[in-house]
Design a protein around this ligand. Sequence first.
Ligand SMILES: [Zn+2]
Length: 116
Amino acid sequence: MNDGLKCPECSSENVYHDGSLWVCPECAHEWNPEAATGGAGVENSEVRDANGNALNDGDTVTVIKDLKVKGSSLVVKGGTKVKGIRLVDGADGHNIACKIDGIGAMNLKSEFVKKA
Ligand SMILES: [Zn+2]
């Protein structure tokens, strides 16, 4: 499993794959290659938006439909822009962690957003 990936922290090439993350044994850094390489390290845990575009940490996305916020009466309106998303391994399908103005920190499903 050597496709030229290097640790973004210490540039070690002795990195290995652990689940959806890469791990560096030399500095114990863990990272998602989607974010670190801009898509060069394609893998099956890739998160895609409603249009099938790959999403990366730090992307800005637009919510495509009104979404109820679980456990509250708040609604994230369709068209809301969400800056600086973070991809997470959401077992329930909520694979984007983000912070929305007026709502706060929450998780979204990538199928309900599109890359802005
Ligand atoms: Zn390292």
